[in-house]
Design a protein. Structure first.
Length: 286
């Protein structure tokens, strides 16, 4: 083992461990100029970066404090390659007096520069790793928000990533505030194509009112709908899955279920989901 002391150039903010991991991955992307190759292995999340050279001292000064704070809650491992392709582990202990970067290798030599970087963060359970993977993928793509399923609610609330609202269909996490978009517009942008299908399926099968359709109707009235085509494609996919078809008879459009029973929806219906559905299926209707 070889070690060097360093003077931290950054300080970790007083954030939850999950937010610190998000900050770390964003900062690494900016520093390296590339996104990571991310994968989950059970309860472990792994990040790989292909680099020609990694200046160890500068890396430690910039990211050591952040990694140290994260590993106080979740174990973090960092690896690079030294000369002759020797595997070198990096750790960032702190005795309260000074910051240290340690290199762990078979040779025990100190390397000023390494090649490539591999980070592993160990979470307490696979579901936590899965949730963090979703969050980090959104952060690396510079998304303003991410919509997550309710199974992650306890973890998100514990990590102070969102305020849980049980009237909504998903847990919405704001990753960065948008200056030119409303909060509900940001939420709509966060929905995946699969989640849009889930919303349509819930409405068509159960007729449940969902706030997301009210947001969508309001955005429709303002002519500012993010990924509008995805709502079209998601609806047609769900209609096919449920065996629902629409016909034009005597100048009137008709929706029929799998048994051929007529479904009643109108553009003036008070249900916002029905209004959006009619706008998708019959866009020329006035």
């Amino acid at each position: 083992m070889a070690e060097r002391r360093f003077a931290p150039q950054t300080m970790a903010t007083d954030e939850s461990p999950a937010m610190l991991v998000i900050c770390l991955i964003r900062s690494l992307k900016n520093w390296f100029g590339q996104s990571s190759r991310t994968q989950t292995d059970g309860s472990q999340l792994q990040f790989g970066y292909e680099l020609l050279d990694l200046p160890v001292q500068e890396f430690a000064e910039t990211f050591g404090p952040l990694i140290y704070e994260i590993q106080r809650v979740w174990p973090v491992q960092a690896f690079g390659l030294g000369s002759q392709d020797e595997l070198v582990g990096l750790s960032f202990p702190n005795d309260g007096k000074s910051a240290v970067v340690r290199q762990h290798s078979i040779s025990g030599l100190w390397y000023n520069e390494l090649r490539d970087l591999y980070l592993c963060i160990q979470f307490p359970e696979p579901q936590t790793a899965e949730c963090m993977s979703r969050l980090l993928n959104a952060a690396e793509y510079d998304m303003e928000a991410v919509a997550l399923e309710w199974k992650y609610a306890d973890f998100l609330e514990q990590q102070k990533l969102c305020r849980i609202d049980h009237t909504l269909s998903f847990c919405y996490v704001i990753l960065q505030e948008a200056e030119d978009q409303s909060r509900t517009g940001v939420y709509l942008s966060a929905l995946t194509a699969q989640q849009k299908c889930e919303l349509w399926r819930t409405f068509l099968e159960k007729g449940l009112p969902q706030p997301e359709f009210e947001w969508l109707r309001n955005a429709l009235l303002q002519g500012d709908i993010p990924n509008w085509i995805e709502w079209h494609l998601a609806l047609y996919r769900v209609l096919e899955e449920l065996g629902i078809r629409f016909l034009c008879r005597d100048g009137q459009f008709v929706l029929l279920d799998r048994q051929g029973k007529k479904l009643y929806f109108g553009i003036d219906h008070g249900n916002s989901a029905a209004q959006v559905l009619m706008k998708v299926l019959f866009p020329l209707r006035r």
